[in-house]
Ligand binder design. Sequence first.
Ligand code: FBP
Length: 548
Amino acid sequence: MKKSALQQARAAYKPQLPIVLTGGVKVVEGEATQSADNQEDIKNLFPNTYGLPEIRFEKVPAEESVEPINVGVILSGGQAPGGHNVISGLFDGIKNLNKKSRLYGFLMGPGGLVDHKYKELTAEIIDEYRNTGGFDIIGSGRTKLETKEQFDKGLEILKELDIKALVIIGGDDSNTNAAILAEYYKAIGAGVQVIGVPKTIDGDLKNNVIETSFGFDTATKVYSEVIGNIQRDCNSAKKYWHFIKLMGRSASHIALECALQCQPNVCIISEEVETKNLTLDQVVDDIADAVVARAKDGNNYGVVLIPEGLIEFIPAVKALISELNDLLAVKAEEFAAIDPEKQREWVLGQLSEANAKTYESLPAGVARQLTLDRDPHGNVQVSLIETEKLLSEMVGKRLEQLAAEGKYNGKYATMHHFFGYEGRCADPSNFDANYCYALGYTAACLIAAGKTGYMSSLRNLTFAPVNWIAGGIPITMMMNMERRHGEMKPVIRKALVELDGAPFLKFAKERNTWKYNTCYTYPGPIQYFGPSEVCDLPSLTLVYEQKR
Ligand code: FBP
């Protein structure tokens, strides 16, 4: 692989480990835990891994004779900056236990375990990927691990390679499956531990014990850089309204973080739209209000941030998606057999009156997207819906009406952007490089401590990495029951933006000033070398959440 100058220099970066992980560790157990909700149901479904205590590591002198251990690792779901550092931290962690320990990577996601596709990750391979973005060391995939056949098939290869522990690096759905796998292997006495690592740029795998998921920091810095650049361009030419859709399937954490970093004119937060029961027209009116007010001051330009999940949070659309999910769960084959030209009509005939009305009111392309292409976890593929165009066109129509009523006489020219994929494989920021390496190293310590059904955890993340607290959180602690594919299932509860949380309150306090004035900030590119106050900044979301 030909390496860029930055890649070569960055390869030498030494992630900082929490001080507690720099020798041997001892396990300190906390209180027994409970699931986030539906305790009885979760307890019944996870009899062997429910109620485990939270654990934290304390530093002790390094042990001398630990047996070598073979470990497997899987990257699951969407890419997130820092995955390679999780794997290098895990590798160094198990080699530190015993040089003869071996690490096997299953290829292209959970499917690699089921299909027995793997490669051994040697020191030479690992060294090629330290501090780099991407998941290309072993690839990733979205195969859902859920059936006993898959688990048993996986166990065959784990036994063949004498693997005693499997680390699943994934988001909420993948870690849910990690918990189910851990429970199953424990129940049948398979002798394989399963450890999860919290990954996703979306930032929605967090709670009061998992402070953030890895990749969020880097991805939002990449998006904020380009949003800042667009703002400066727009403030120079003063002739376009830029509609920027930002990735983040459900939660609006990415949009909120970018808004805090860049101070755009408008940023929509899906969770607020849902809570206030807003219609699409009301969202459009809010943006049109900014366009009209700024035009009065001669400012026919601005920037609007739109979270990609918005469409699903508009209450009427949410109700529609929920009915479509149930419908397609039972009639998927019937739907697939229908001539695509007639599918719209068929769907309209199946829906309740209210949902049929919503379905009919949506542009045909958006409505169609809602009936198609669920990912293997049943999620609507919102990144394929062009919400930024939908909104800018609706705002244009509203402005025409206002102009006809003599209430607007500005110019309205638009540009559209979608920032998502370009942030998912960036070289990890110092924060993510350190966090990921420590997550991987902590996973090795959890394995050495014989734990299963735990998620690797680092806390105190706004402090310097040496002060981070390392440990493990039982995955069942984050679970509740939710309706999926028409059935109640145990899942990790997704963390949405909290409207009474510090990051949103900060945004809500400032947003009207940003809306009518031009208060853009320009974060610039991620810095890997230079002063700590520039290179080591955590996300503003974390800073406000942990304000001390
Ligand atoms: P994960 O939840 O697996 O981390 O994926 C997040 C994400 O990047 C979403 O923000 C986005 O909607 C989705 O993946 C896109 O999926 P795909 O990579 O399959 O196009």
